[in-house]
Design a protein around this ligand. Structure first.
Ligand SMILES: [Zn+2]
Length: 445
């Protein structure tokens, strides 16, 4: 049975503060009264990976309001109602009968006349191509496929709304199966073992929300400890990307840490989650001396380089950074201190490039452009690196960039050099010996 979900997010947030509208405007759309309707179809007897993909895709699409106005879901079985009721707590929408067929239909794991096929299992995400892999409970492929699929729908919807071809930005369709294990088209898909964490997540915005979605989807498979650090309160403006929050908590201005902790407690019962409603600067002072600050794995989902460098200076054993940049760019980066360039090396370069491209007098935009799939994608990949860390294999050495205007590109994976002018000073012998004394079992290459 099919039902229609009409998003009420834009109505709740209002045009002037809408980040999705800001993103559309930055890509050249001035009027947003034309809305599209998208159908998402899941075949009978879909495995849990495809169900997760379909549900996450609907979640991301509803957050694309005002571009996407309606999502028609066609999912067999009675299970969908429980799921839709859960989604209704996090995204404001109105549920109605289907009055008209959607303009664009997406098939999850099955084409069957759909305009777009998306699929995912294990570490693999497929667009316009099925994934021939077993569902082993790994949520990274399915969730990444949801984000990549939402991006393909965005490209179609954008071309529908942007009616002047001469000024249209380049948004290129792609098809293929991409591995989030190898960041290549080699179908690499190592099996997922137990996931035991000793991690700290700093930043609970759009990127942090992507991390939380993966951890929540692991459910009872994830054990160990996770510390959450963020001083901010929620607002309704966050709802286009902060998918762990209930609408009620965002309207009430609850703290991000409190809401994220609640979200994980309900979904990952074997993980010990501790929330710290404070900045990283306050959090680190719980351990007064830098040499005593031992953090096994820190995941950063922050919006500025100063904050990234502050964490890097404390030298976690492993630092995983998820970031969004200009022009629909995203990046995941994993730093093994002293082995290659750190965030003080790589982000310095990014900053020089971005400053070159920017009008220096322009004020910082308080409503920075953002899209649901765009900010969650680097978070999903960062969580993937967290899972690899727990398995002790296949980790990224350096960074992987993804530009949503195009398809994934294995050439955008790279290991940064250590820079002599690194703002963190990662080449200095004092820094390296500090790392060595903190983590004596780590051998520096
Ligand atoms: Zn460095």
């Amino acid at each position: 049975m099919a039902i229609a979900l009409r998003s009420r997010l834009h109505e709740l947030v209002g045009s002037s503060a809408c980040r999705t509208t800001a993103q559309l405007e930055s890509l050249g759309i001035r009027r947003t009264d034309r809305q599209v309707a998208v159908g998402v179809r899941l075949p009978l007897a879909a495995d849990p990976a495809r169900r997760l993909l379909a549900e996450s895709l609907v979640d991301m699409l509803l957050r694309l309001d005002p571009l996407v106005g309606e999502v028609v879901i066609d999912m067999p079985g009675g299970h969908e109602f429980e799921w839709v009721a859960e989604l209704a707590r996090r995204v404001p929408f109105e549920q109605t009968d289907v009055k008209a067929l959607p303009e664009f239909c997406v098939g999850v794991g099955d084409f069957d006349g759909a305009a777009l096929l998306v699929d995912g299992a294990g570490w693999l995400a497929g667009i316009r191509s099925t994934v021939e892999a077993k569902d082993d409970g790994n949520p990274v492929g399915p969730l990444a496929a949801a984000a990549l699929g939402a991006a393909e729908i965005f490209k179609w919807a954008f071309s529908e709304v942007h009616t002047e071809p001469s000024t249209a930005p380049e948004l290129r369709e792609w098809s293929g199966v991409f591995s989030l294990s190898s960041y290549a088209f080699d179908l690499a898909n190592p099996p997922m073992g137990p996931v035991n964490l000793d991690a700290t997540l700093v930043g609970l915005g759009g990127v942090g929300a992507g991390v939380l979605r993966v951890i929540a989807a692991l459910g009872s498979r994830v054990t160990g400890t996770l510390a959450l650090v963020d001083a901010d309160m929620l607002t309704v403006h966050n709802l286009n990307r902060v998918s762990y929050s209930s609408t009620q908590a965002a309207e009430a201005g609850a703290s991000k840490v409190e809401e994220a902790t609640r979200f994980l407690h309900m979904r990952s019962p074997n993980l010990t989650v501790t929330g710290f409603r404070e900045t990283y600067g306050e959090f680190k002072l719980r351990t007064p001396l830098r040499k005593d600050r031992r953090y096994d794995v820190v995941v950063a989902g922050l919006d500025n380089d100063e904050a990234r460098w502050e964490i890097q200076r404390d030298i976690p054993r492993i630092l995983i950074d998820g970031a969004t940049g200009r022009d629909m760019n995203t990046r995941v980066e994993r730093v093994e201190f002293g082995r290659y360039g750190c965030l003080g090396c790589s982000r310095q370069m990014t900053r020089i490039l971005e400053e070159d491209a920017r009008d220096c007098d322009a004020p910082l935009d308080s409503r920075a452009p953002s899209l649901s799939f765009l900010s969650s994608f680097p978070g999903i990949l960062a969580a993937g690196e967290l899972i690899k860390e727990a398995q002790g294999a296949f980790q990224l050495r350096g960074s992987f960039d993804h530009v949503f205007r195009y398809g994934p590109n294995p050439d955008l994976r790279g290991t940064p050099e250590r820079r002599v002018d690194c703002t963190v000073g990662c080449s200095r012998s004092a820094k390296i010996s500090q790392y060595h004394s903190k983590y004596p079992t780590e051998r520096l290459g």
